[in-house]
Design a protein around this ligand. Structure first.
Ligand code: AMP
Ligand code: MG
Length: 336
């Protein structure tokens, strides 16, 4: 599509107007621009331009029935995108936007079906990142943006990751430095009762329940139908991922050893890993704090791919707070 991908450094605190206007002009002409959000980098197109949105699917190799999140810069934009904004949505918007919370609502006829994968609902969020917000405002339209990674791969959390996947395939990358959260937004389906979390993220069920009452975790066949993105093996490095129970250093060492003896190049990704591996194993020690872990995990998985690792043995984290989202991504990275 585009012969050259321009990468420009943009100030995350005070985005340079000239750079934002250039990026917005590319979007206005139907091009693709990757930009930072607080969760991961997004690959953006004008959400109201169906042809441009199609190019996102082409660039990512994304299945056409996997809908894309629409990013807005003011809550007022919800009116044009949705046909019904329930009271719960208003409460959540007030408390959590801008922020890593995506709401699934009934769509209005104006939203192209390319964006919603033919569903009658639309996913919307307001990102907490000045570059993203400035770009949406400069375009004057909402921006449709999935995570900026080839379909199935770990999401990009730096401009360098985005360039790895999209050099020569998209028009521009706005480099606003590393992201703050590191995992994609929580996706909450408010189009049915009780509301269901279709994808866990930094905002947890415990955060949501005081405002909207009981929230269920959308798992299994029903969630897959409602959120097509959760059908696919996802967030995966090229290497095979094996999960081991938290703190079980002997199991991690034995698993790594076994793969190494098979002649594989092996890595261990763990928060607690002693000097137990006898063989030549790459070890990445992860932060104890789950928020820090979340920020780094996709970068580590990508780095191990770059090193040509065949097998990655990963210590599970506890499933509380953002650990629920971390484990969701790790389980899907390990799915075969
Ligand atoms: P990504 O944009 O790559 O972060 O993925 C977006 C996620 O939101 C995917 O899992 C999609 O399936 C999900 N999603 C987007 N729109 C909808 C929708 N209208 N209904 C249900 N899930 C959606
Ligand atoms: Mg994605």
């Amino acid at each position: 599509m585009s012969p050259q991908t321009f990468v420009v450094k943009v100030s995350p605190k005070a985005p340079q107007k000239r750079l934002i206007l250039t990026a917005a002009e590319i979007l206005r002409r139907g091009g693709l621009v990757a930009f930072p959000t607080e969760t991961v980098y997004g690959l953006g197109a004008d959400a109201l331009n169906a042809e441009a949105v199609k190019q996102i699917f082409v660039a990512k190799g994304r299945p056409l029935d996997n809908p894309i999140i629409v990013h807005i810069a003011s809550a007022a934009e919800l009116t044009a995108l949705t046909s019904d904004v329930p009271e719960e949505a208003r409460l959540l918007v007030k408390k959590y936007w801008p922020g890593p919370l995506t709401l699934i609502l009934q769509k209005s006829p104006g939203v192209p079906e390319e964006v919603t994968g033919g569903l009658d609902t639309v996913a919307v969020r307001m990102p907490q990142n000045r570059i993203a917000l400035a770009l949406i405002k400069a375009l004057g339209h909402p921006i449709a943006a999935p995570s900026a990674n080839l379909s199935g791969r770990p999401s990009g959390t730096t401009a360098g990751h985005v360039l790895q996947d999209f050099a020569g395939k998209i028009d521009m990358i706005l480099d606003g430095g590393p992201v703050a959260v590191g995992l994609e937004s929580t996706v909450l389906d408010l189009s049915r009762r009780p509301p269901a979390i279709l994808r866990p993220g930094a905002i947890t069920a415990e955060d949501l329940e005081p405002l909207v009452g009981r929230v269920v975790m959308g798992r299994g066949a029903e969630a897959k139908k409602r959120s097509p993105g959760t059908r696919y093996r996802h967030y995966s490095p090229r290497a095979r991922v094996t999960l081991v129970e938290p703190g079980d250093t002997p199991a991690m060492a034995a698993t790594a050893q076994r793969y190494a003896e098979e002649g594989k190049k092996v890595a261990v990704v763990a928060r607690h890993f002693g000097p137990a591996a006898k063989t030549n194993v790459i070890v990445r020690v992860m932060p104890e704090k789950l928020e820090d872990y979340a920020r780094q995990i996709f970068a580590v998985l990508r780095e191990l791919d770059e090193l040509g690792v065949d097998e990655i043995v990963v210590e599970k984290t506890e499933e509380r707070g953002i650990g629920v989202a971390i484990m969701d991504r790790l389980k899907r990275a390990a799915a075969r």
